[in-house]
Design a binder for this molecule. Structure first.
Ligand SMILES: [Zn+2]
Length: 329
C-alpha cells in the first residue's frame, strides 16, 4: 500500500460516509462544504489517483486539493506524520514535498462540471427563477439548470469563444452531460432580453453528442427523445436533442420514442418524422385536437401529456397512415 493510501486508511474513520470505490478511489462527505445539508447520505468528496498521487475533489463545492494540502488543512496532526513518512521514504524535497497545485480534472474519471448556482438555489424573486416558473417547469427538476450572470465571460473560461465580452448577458445554462455526468458542453438560454440567439450551444468536447439528459435516463425503460431541453423536463424518462439529429442506436437503449413538435405545416419536421418511420423507429403523431406546438405549451394548457404520449405512439405502416392524416391540409 502506498503512503497516501495508508494515510487515507488512517483517517477514514473520521470521514463521514467513507467508502472505498475502486483501487485508488475513495468517496465520502466533503469536509469543506459539509456536502448536502438536506441529504445526510450524500457524499460528493473524492480522493482519486492522478499521476501516482492522491488528489481530493468535491463535486458539490468544486474544491480541489492535493492529498497533502487536504491533510494539512483538515488533519494537521496527521499531516506532520505524513510528511515524516514521505521524508523517510525519500519522497520529499524538490519537486516532491509539495505536490503541485495544478490538477488536470479533464481526465476520463472526473470531468468539468458547471460551477454556477443552480436555479433551484436562487432567491424566489430572481428573474431567472421567475422565468422558468412562469413556463411551469417542474420545481423538482430545477436543480438541473443553472444561472449565469455573465455568459460570454463565463463561456470564455471554458473555451475561448467570444472575442469581446462587452455587452455581456445573463443566461440560463443547460448542461450537456455524457451518461456519467461529465460536462461535454452547454446551452445558454436567453430569458430576459431580446436577442437573435435564444439558444447558444457551446461544445467543449467536439465529438460528444449534443444531448440534454443523458445522465438522467434509465436505459432499461422507454426513452422519449424530444426537441427542447425544457420540454424534456416535463417527462419522466426523456432526453432532448440540443440542435442536430442524433442516432440513438449508438447508445444501446432498449426502447425509444421520438417526440417531434406538433407542427404539421413544418416541412422539415414532417421530413424528419418520415425518416424516423422509415428507420422503423417509434414516433409520436399528435392527435388533431391538440393545438399546442410543444410539450411545454400542452402542459400549460392543461393536457395530460403522459397520456397523450402513451396513446399516440406509432410505428411502421400505422405511423405512415397517421402521419398522412396529421399532415393533411
Ligand atoms: Zn465540498
Amino acid at each position: 500500500m502506498s503512503i497516501d493510501n495508508q494515510f487515507v486508511h488512517n483517517i477514514s474513520a473520521q470521514l463521514d460516509q467513507f467508502k472505498k470505490k475502486n483501487k485508488g478511489v475513495y468517496n465520502f462527505r466533503c469536509p469543506y462544504c459539509g456536502d448536502s445539508q438536506k441529504y445526510k447520505n450524500k457524499a460528493r468528496g473524492y480522493f482519486f489517483t492522478s499521476k501516482n498521487d492522491l488528489v481530493y475533489k468535491c463535486h458539490n463545492c468544486g474544491i480541489g486539493r492535493s492529498f497533502s494540502a487536504f491533510l494539512k488543512e483538515k488533519f494537521p496532526l496527521v499531516y506532520d506524520q505524513y510528511v515524516m513518512e514521505k521524508y523517510k521514504a525519500g519522497l520529499t524535497g524538490k519537486h516532491r514535498s509539495v505536490p503541485k497545485p495544478e490538477f488536470h480534472f479533464d481526465k476520463p474519471t472526473f470531468k468539468k462540471r458547471v460551477n454556477l448556482q443552480r436555479l433551484s438555489d436562487l432567491n424566489n424573486s430572481h428573474l431567472a427563477l421567475a422565468y422558468v416558473m412562469g413556463r411551469g417547469l417542474p420545481l423538482d427538476k430545477l436543480d438541473q439548470l443553472y444561472y449565469c450572470p455573465n455568459f460570454k465571460q463565463w463561456t470564455n473560461t471554458h473555451k475561448q469563444t467570444f472575442k469581446s465580452t462587452k455587452h455581456d448577458e445573463e443566461r440560463i445554462i443547460i448542461p450537456l452531460n455524457d451518461k456519467d455526468g461529465n460536462l461535454m458542453g452547454f446551452q445558454g438560454r436567453a430569458f430576459n432580453h431580446p436577442t437573435e440567439m435564444r439558444y447558444i450551444t457551446i461544445m467543449l468536447e467536439k465529438d460528444a453528442p449534443k444531448i440534454f439528459g443523458l445522465d438522467k435516463v434509465n436505459t432499461n425503460d422507454p426513452i422519449y427523445i424530444v426537441e427542447g431541453p425544457f420540454d424534456s423536463l416535463f417527462l419522466d424518462n426523456s432526453v432532448a436533442m440540443a440542435g442536430s439529429d442524433l442516432d440513438p442506436r449508438s447508445f444501446g437503449w432498449s426502447d425509444y420514442i421520438w417526440v417531434y413538435d406538433n407542427e404539421p405545416r413544418n416541412r422539415e419536421i414532417v421530413n424528419r418524422i418520415n425518416k424516423t418511420i422509415s428507420r422503423g423507429d417509434q414516433v409520436i403523431i399528435w392527435p388533431k385536437h391538440v393545438q399546442q406546438k410543444d410539450i411545454n405549451d400542452m402542459v400549460l394548457s392543461g393536457h395530460n401529456v403522459k397520456n397523450l404520449l402513451e396513446s399516440n405512439t406509432y410505428h411502421k405502416l400505422e405511423a405512415t397512415l397517421k402521419l398522412k392524416d396529421w399532415n393533411k391540409v
